[in-house]
Design a binder for this molecule. Sequence first.
Ligand code: UDP
Length: 245
Amino acid sequence: MATDLRWRRILLKLSGEALTGKGGFGIDPAVTSRIADEIKQVVELGGQVGVVVGGGNFVRGAQIASSGLDRVSGDHMGMLATVMNALALNAALTSRGVPARVLSAIAVPTICDSFTQRAALGHFQAGRVVLFAGGTGNPFFTTDTGAVLRAVEMGCEVVMKGTQVDGVYSADPKTDPTASRFDRLTHREVLARGLSVMDATAIALARDNRIPVSVFSIGEPGAFVAVAAGGGRSTLVTVEDANSG
Ligand code: UDP
């Protein structure tokens, strides 16, 4: 299928926070619906979209551990939270006539199918959006690492990370007026400068597999479609050589 997009097969990473409204907790149906509309537009432009959604709008394992509870149990709770978020997006997509499936890295067989690369590729080929729940399926990892892992397994051309700001900045733009936005970075620079793009495990996995990471604002209506089509405001993280990304 012809496409007007910069990348045809896209892995969209959303933090759980992206689905929240003003309260910063849980799932806001209006926000979830808007994001589903944007995914629909990218699909209509010929994109094959996989989505990894985080769970931080409900629970993070590290926070549970810092309050004195068991880290592994906290991580299990965090992975279950990602299943809830994936189900919400799946419902929003389906109600818009966008075929979608949730595949989970942790087995919850009465609710959704478990992830296998074979099943996920089949859904892509059938034109479905695939919602990858459960992160990597292992404690002590993040959904950023899960997103890069799935991108590698699925042959995605890019990981598009939707954040609350329109790219990667030299400092926090919300608190530091001198902060400047990078148009381009390399994975190596992100790691060396400790820039908050993704955790180091995720960036190293993206570097080793030569997967570009595009950071953009999911909070800005239309930005996902614009950046996927080669415009908009974003920071593109690529490997060193000029021909990449
Ligand atoms: N998590 C995990 N393994 C994974 C992915 C996630 O244990 O492979 C747990 C972990 O506790 C994490 C939580 O799920 O804090 C939610 O994921 P994440 O923090 O990445 O969500 P986001 O910040 O993107 O909303």
